[in-house]
Design a protein around this ligand. Structure first.
Ligand SMILES: Cc1cc2nc3c(=O)[nH]c(=O)nc-3n(C[C@H](O)[C@H](O)[C@H](O)COP(=O)(O)O)c2cc1C
Length: 180
């Protein structure tokens, strides 16, 4: 798939089958994560261990329920809702503390979502798993986040049967102007 098609086809996928993502695809995605623009150090934790994924999922759900944020609490109470949607792989992007940590990590995560689309995988850029890593101070070290780095965002990855999500085109926005 060419780059423009992958960018336009990418959608947030919120339903995954349990089939694992092949190692060569994981490695391609990790290279994509490391090919993004950056300002400062960043780190990619590739989580495929099912018990760690479950731990993140459960702690994120709990943190959402206790967040005091109406949107998050409502989401967490939606029947069947799971923060990482049963995805078999989760890339957690951390960045060196500093003013550009969020921008750097998000650039990397976006590259992962586009590469995933090109590889025929579903993906979802997410903040909610970060709530689990904040709530449980032991979790960042468990997934290999280096000392002095902050977990910023995550990308859920996997195969999906919900092809209709890909088929829904992005809305046409009027948020562009051209100064020629
Ligand atoms: C900062 C940020 C945080 C997000 N957090 C979540 C999240 O925790 N869970 C989720 O399912 N989607 C999350 N999203 C995905 C958005 O809901 C999604 O990108 C948006 O609705 C547009 O849909 P699309 O990605 O299918 O084009 C997040 C997106 C951004 C930019």
């Amino acid at each position: 798939m060419d780059a423009i098609k992958a960018i336009e086809k990418r959608k947030s996928i919120r339903s995954y089958v349990s089939k694992p993502v092949e190692t060569d695809k994981i490695n391609t995605l990790a290279r994509a994560a490391n090919s993004a623009p950056k300002s400062g150090g960043f780190h990619i934790s590739v989580v495929t261990n099912t018990s760690i994924l479950l731990d993140i999922d459960e702690k994120a759900l709990e943190a959402m329920k206790n967040s005091g944020n109406d949107f998050l609490m409502q989401r967490a109470d939606t029947p069947g809702y799971r923060p990482i949607y049963g995805a078999p792989a989760l890339f957690v992007i951390s960045a060196e503390k500093g003013p550009y940590a969020q921008a750097t990590a998000s650039c990397s995560a976006t590259a992962v979502t586009i590469a995933a689309t090109a590889l025929g995988l579903g993906s979802c850029y997410m903040i909610s798993p970060i709530l689990a890593l904040t709530a449980d101070s032991g979790l960042p070290a468990k997934i290999g986040v280096p000392e002095g780095y902050t977990p910023v965002c995550a990308v859920a990855l996997g195969y999906t049967e919900s092809e209709e999500a890909f088929a829904t085109p992005h809305e046409v926005s009027d948020n562009i102007n051209y100064c020629e």
